[in-house]
Design a protein around this ligand. Structure first.
Ligand SMILES: [Zn+2]
Length: 301
């Protein structure tokens, strides 16, 4: 009997190891404005072209239609994602933090975005909370959860949070300050940082759930992420990750769970881990990477 249990344990372990880690890509805050590196619509077109060339299945673009005053041009730009087969999700119109503005204003902001995005939305829509802030107040948290449920929205949960946006803001600051940027070095750090976050939250998931779930990574439609998306996808694949569609990832049963705690700002795996253990977990890379990046870019902080 003991031998049989041992064999079963070994077999299960082999299956867990052999199981390809699955990950879906999502891009927030689209469309980003023109920067020191890209004109806004050129950035969108480059991302679409790269995703197609890489054979990445449909992603979700979490859009803020109020990113520009000229909403007609915003919709036109976002339509390019839809035409390329990607989904558009609601990320509020002007990206407020729920805890800063409360229920009424928050819902109005979601509705304003929905109205502008109407031609691009279909059936059940994914909603992603700006800053992953679902409120630290349980009553407010539940009010918004219930509203979303009653209004055909599904929470666009994030299992891998990683602050990729710091790369874009720092390379823009460096460029603005006339620094000579070593993009190869920035790229190497970007890969180490983002793939490191995926590995961190995947092993936390295995500890918490006993298995590797279908992951959803939060990325941004921003300069560095768009510049390095090809090497990132290639690196993921090299490390044994399988890129799946966002819709497929959200079929995983974990995304229908509703933890009681309000620890959401480091993503859903960290929240589930807190529910199980009472401990808080976050990817350390965020702080270390910022300092390392400052060195590469010769920035003060
Ligand atoms: Zn956002």
């Amino acid at each position: 009997m003991k031998l049989r249990s041992l064999l079963l344990f070994i077999l299960t372990s082999i299956l867990v190891v052999a199981h390809a880690k699955e990950i879906a890509l999502t891009f927030d805050d689209a469309p980003m404005g023109t920067s020191w590196h890209f004109e806004s619509s050129a950035r969108t077109e480059i991302l679409i072209k790269k995703l197609k060339g890489l054979g990445v299945p449909p992603v979700i673009i979490f859009a803020n239609a109020c990113n520009r005053e000229d909403s007609a041009s915003v919709i036109l730009q976002l339509t390019k994602y839809k035409d390329a087969g990607h989904l558009i999700g609601n990320h509020t119109c002007s990206h407020p933090r729920l805890d800063d503005i409360g229920f009424e204003k928050y819902i109005k902001n979601i509705e304003q975005n929905e109205k502008l995005l109407t031609p691009l939305l279909m059936g059940v829509t994914f909603f992603r909370y700006p800053f992953l802030n679902e409120s630290i107040d349980e009553k407010l948290r539940d009010e918004v959860r219930n509203w979303l449920k009653g209004n055909h929205y599904k929470n666009g949960q994030v299992s891998i949070d990683n602050d990729d946006y710091i790369f874009s803001s720092k390379i823009n600051r460096a460029k603005q300050n006339g620094k000579n940027i070593d993009y190869k070095k920035v790229e190497a750090l970007f890969l180490k940082h983002v793939v490191g976050a995926a590995e961190f939250y995947d092993s936390l998931a295995v500890k918490t759930l006993g298995r590797s779930p279908k992951h959803v990574i939060l990325l941004h439609e921003m300069d560095a992420t768009v510049m390095f998306i090809d090497s990132l996808v290639n690196e993921f694949r090299k490390q044994g990750w399988n890129i799946i569609s966002a819709q497929d990832a959200y079929q995983d049963e974990i995304y229908s769970r509703q933890p009681k705690n309000t620890y959401t700002n480091n993503g859903f795996i960290a929240q589930l881990a807190k529910e199980n253990t009472g401990e808080t977990f976050s990817y350390n890379g965020d702080k270390e990477t910022g300092a390392e990046l400052d060195k590469i870019l010769d920035l003060k902080n």
